[in-house]
Design a protein around this ligand. Sequence first.
Ligand SMILES: [Zn+2]
Length: 253
Amino acid sequence: MSSEKSEAIVLRAVPWSETSFVVTLFTRHFGKVSAVAKGARRLRSPFESSLDLLAKSQIVFIQKSNDTLDLLTESKLIRRFRSAQISLLPLYCGYYVAELLLTVTEEHQQVADLFEMSDRTLMDIDAGKSPPEVVLRFEMQLLKLLGHLPTFHLCASCGNAVELQRNGEGTRLGIAAGGVLCPNCLPGQRFVLRIRNPTLGYLISYATADWDQEPEPIDSEYRGEMRFVMERFISNLADRRLRLTDFLEELQR
Ligand SMILES: [Zn+2]
């Protein structure tokens, strides 16, 4: 048993006993960690508000071996997630970030830059930055850091270069195949979307940008199509439709 220190973002708190929670934290150095926070449900909790959803806190926890849950021994609030006081959409975007991290990362899986990017995303949401761009940047960079970025230039099936259609036909995107498809590989493919070229342009721009870059503004005409594409890529990766998806319809406008 060793005592570890890290910054962490609170993803979830589930009642464990009359006085404790099991909290799931996304940490800077240890990936996702689930730990028992004893006394956290008491009126005068030793953790105070440091375990509120999406708070950023400095934590100390004891890593247990085998199947036993880790034990949270200290937690101090660094920053609150304040979007609840702004409006509903930023709040849902924050919850969506938490649901994504809960769903597509493994416990103790350390992914370089993912903590920093999640932290930056929550700060940008709190700062009132445009949600469609902040959310798309998070999704695309998450796919990239986890090694699940779709291919946008080479056919996801045969690897040949895919020419952009100039005749208004758009480009075929294979969700299960994991990227654009050439005409030869189209027959027999499942979950194929036809998207307009500007939408593909945005997807490429977000996929090639760095996580700490300011995101390119998305023209409202393409936001609906963009959400449609990303929802399907994320559902395919997660093997299910994320719960918060239903609360993010406003991102299409
Ligand atoms: Zn092909």
